[in-house]
Design a protein around this ligand. Sequence first.
Ligand code: KG4
Ligand code: ZN
Length: 334
Amino acid sequence: MTGQAILGIETSCDETAAAVVVDGSRVASSVVSSQVDLHARFGGVVPEVASRAHVDLLNPVVAEALLESGYAGSEVAAVAATVGPGLVGALLVGVSAAKAFALAWGVPFVGVNHLEAHLYAAFLEEPDLSPPLVLLLVSGGHTLLVAMEDHLRYRLLGATIDDAAGEAFDKVARVLGLPYPGGPAIDRLALEGDRHAIAFPRAMRDEGYDFSFSGVKTSVLTYVRKHPDAPVADVAASFQEAVVDVLVTKARRAAREVGAQGLCLAGGVAANSALRERILDACIADGLRAFVPSRTMCTDNAAMVAATAWHRLRADGPTPMSVGAVPALRFPGT
Ligand code: KG4
Ligand code: ZN
């Protein structure tokens, strides 16, 4: 086998994932085992259930990723795992396993920042993606606008001051009686609704780069209580429209103000159909390059972890074994 193959492991939330990526760009295998069904009956991720499921699933998932890749464990050049941010018990499973594999095979361990990994998911699919860029990272736990000045060099422009975009999708879905995870359910239902039916608030849309999504969530709740017979599809479509409008307006302004050449979308909410469509339209209108990873690359996976590790290993060298899980890790350099 040629090239430097890195085994990546991802267990920060409710996906147990492993992947082998060669030279930071060729995905030799990517296995994702979702725990969605386990958590669905609780309406959200139960941390203790997630940790236990990671323990059960990790070894089979790693074995499958190696088998599919054609690399034996002893042939990988490094083993990487997400060290944060995420649920501490869940992170610990992946980090401990990655360290054990690295020690057993005598190769470096690389600790990866989950947020940076979401960005590198876009690089995996668009190898010619080049900074300066503005990154809009929207996931279940984070909503960030980041200026990427160069590889591994970032400046935080803004973040949410309350709920993350994905969290708002999940909470509103609950209010509407939709199944967990809420984002995909709202996305599907919104296709049948009128996005202009209800004018939900667009908090902080035209000021600064920070976000606030708790107001729109409360507005949906109040609206549904007052109008129990309102078509649910219209409420879903109008809520999604309000969130997408804020995200796209700010990302666009950021790209213009920092002189970026492109806009990159990342994180689970980047799988949202309306957001993808509107970012593409905005990029065409503004003469920007749009980098929108495929839906499977937007949600949690380990290929993005292995790809990030390849860049980090070259820049920073191996991660000391003393580095453990860091549940509240921030975007690098911000
Ligand atoms: O990045 P991710 O897989 O996990 C975290 O690191 O948080 O993001 C999960 C979030 C959840 O809130 C989920 O509801 C949301 O991404 N999501 C979506 C869609 N697919 C996933 N939100 C809106 N539309 C979607 N199609
Ligand atoms: Zn994620």
